[in-house]
Design a protein around this ligand. Structure first.
Ligand SMILES: Nc1ncnc2c1ncn2[C@@H]1O[C@H](COP(=O)(O)OP(=O)(O)O)[C@@H](O)[C@H]1O
Ligand SMILES: [Mg+2]
Length: 221
């Protein structure tokens, strides 16, 4: 599903954020990306969603080389991706419904189809009664559930999550993990950056470890 071949990334005037990374993540896997702050976790996720380009090496997504994808092709790649961030990144002036429907609107889906799908996914995350609330009227955990709903509404092949539980209480963290587990059980490949060891212990999955931009570990549970 996701293949990296000798991928190196250096930002301008920086040392390498990632050095010579080669790895493969299969369809349907749930993989943690761990390592200390500054190790390159976010950079790796950004390369996979084409928010950044590798300085060297190749990245294949579903067999397709995305390394040299033109800017116009990126939205098509993103159609198959869901992305969740630590700080939610919701549109604060849009309602819950509008936030979650946004990716479908962008794809030009029909209105009826959009409403039905948004309601269905909000129900999945337990927020169907919050449709017309605004993000700031919700708790942190609820906001992250909205963000997860927005990521899942497109039925993504791959869900990328960058420390999605970093700002959440332990009980809310477990809610989010259950949602990821459900999506993974329905076939979505998940790559989640976290340095929460307890979480990895509680939900054991393959763990990729980065240290100073190098892949230092790849452990099956
Ligand atoms: N936009 C950027 N410009 C320059 N350097 C960056 C940028 N983003 C990240 N870095 C550097 O790349 C390295 C890896 O960062 P990052 O991928 O954010 O690590 P992590 O997510 O594991 O904390 C760090 O040294 C960081 O300072
Ligand atoms: Mg990071």
């Amino acid at each position: 599903m996701i293949q990296l071949f000798n991928v190196t990334k250096s930002y301008e005037r920086e040392q390498c954020a990632l050095t010579d990374i080669t790895l493969q993540i299969d369809k349907g896997e749930f993989v943690y990306l761990t390592g200390p702050s500054g190790a390159g976790k976010s950079t790796l996720l950004k390369l996979i969603c084409c928010a950044e380009r590798p300085s060297r090496g190749q990245i294949l997504m579903d067999g397709r080389n995305i390394t040299q994808l033109g800017d116009r092709a990126i939205p098509y790649l993103r159609r198959n991706l869901g992305i969740v961030f630590q700080d939610f990144k919701l549109l604060t002036r849009r309602t819950v419904f509008e936030n979650v429907s946004f990716p479908l609107e962008v794809q030009g889906r029909r209105r009826m189809e959009v409403s039905k799908k948004v309601y269905q996914v909000l129900k999945q995350v337990g927020l169907e009664h919050r449709l017309s609330h605004y993000p700031l009227q919700l708790s942190g955990g609820e906001q992250q559930r909205v963000a997860v709903a927005r990521a899942l509404v497109v039925d993504p092949l791959v869900l990328l999550a960058d420390e999605p539980t970093g700002n959440l209480d332990p009980d809310v963290t477990l809610d989010i993990m259950e949602l990821f587990k459900g999506a993974n059980a329905r076939g979505t490949t998940i790559v989640m950056a976290t340095h929460d060891r307890g979480l990895i212990w509680q939900y054991p999955r393959r763990v990729l470890t980065l240290e100073a931009g190098r892949l230092s570990g790849d452990q099956q549970p």
